[in-house]
Design a protein around this ligand. Sequence first.
Ligand SMILES: C[S@@+](CC[C@H](N)C(=O)[O-])C[C@H]1O[C@@H](n2cnc3c(N)ncnc32)[C@H](O)[C@@H]1O
Length: 320
Amino acid sequence: MFARYKCCLVEILLGTRLVSVVVFHRLRYRVATNKLNIKSNSKSESHKFNHSQLEFVSAQFSSSKGTMPPRIAQIRLVSSHPQVYAPCDDSFALVDALLADRTKLLNHHPSICMEIGSGSGYVITSLALILGSESKNAHYFATDMNPHATKVTRETLEAHGVHAELLTTNIASGLEKRLSGMVDLIVINPPYVPTPEDEVGSSGLSSAWAGGENGRSVIDKILPVADNLLSEKGWLYMLFLAENDPLQICLQMRDKGYGAKIIVQRSTEEETLHVIKFWRDPDIQIEGNEAGSGGKTAPQRGLDFLRSQISRLSFRETRQ
Ligand SMILES: C[S@@+](CC[C@H](N)C(=O)[O-])C[C@H]1O[C@@H](n2cnc3c(N)ncnc32)[C@H](O)[C@@H]1O
């Protein structure tokens, strides 16, 4: 996403934006996905972008239960729009985290699932396919503030035979009252690139990545909304950039009673991404005072582990 942002700045300066955005996006998929193919280890998924068929394939995913059925991992890019964020490294990292946790997600039996900022629909469609027929009662929602994204998401979902209620809105406005405390699973790849504050929330493609100071402007608005929406057993999978200070976010969430775990951590040349899972942890005593004079509590040990994981910036994925 960083490289895309930088490229757009150059394009604006050169006045060649429209054509080169499309060309650059296409090239970027190839470069990024090749990078991932090379760097992924044998157990992890690798996403290949087949330029001629416009198809994203998670080709090598295998789990302890065997190879994933191909339909789960194949998302065809059936629809696009110049102002809609097309799947990139960050989208792949988020879906990889969901694939890595697939068995847990199936055992979790989420009834209501939601994506905030669905863009092309790649993530929500993947999620619906990952949960598939084993989660027949799951109901899906997806929001995006960009009306073109809502349209592209709808077309992506339809092409893969899955359904979600879609809403063009700011974060989850219009759903917050209706779904308060009811959502079992939320997935988010937010705008996270540090940018000038006035770029945040603008119309058009830049709102997909413009995150304001430290890339945190939109993230800091989304987290309280997610907290309100999540059910008692709710899980949140959210993607962060190292510059967003994910450790500080984990500490902030801990103060609200959430445990946190890194599911995927990945570095490309431009950025280091973390997909972190949050859940309400009854062992966390929100008032503090949980540290006895002696040993550390389980949540504290978890935070120590997170701290050590986040500080290591080399390419690696954790499967805990
Ligand atoms: C980084 S893109 C991710 C798109 C898609 N989920 C993916 O992973 O490929 C962020 C998306 O969030 C949307 N977005 C940005 N700010 C938003 C807001 N305040 N409310 C809802 N959606 C927002 C953008 O329009 C964009 O589609």
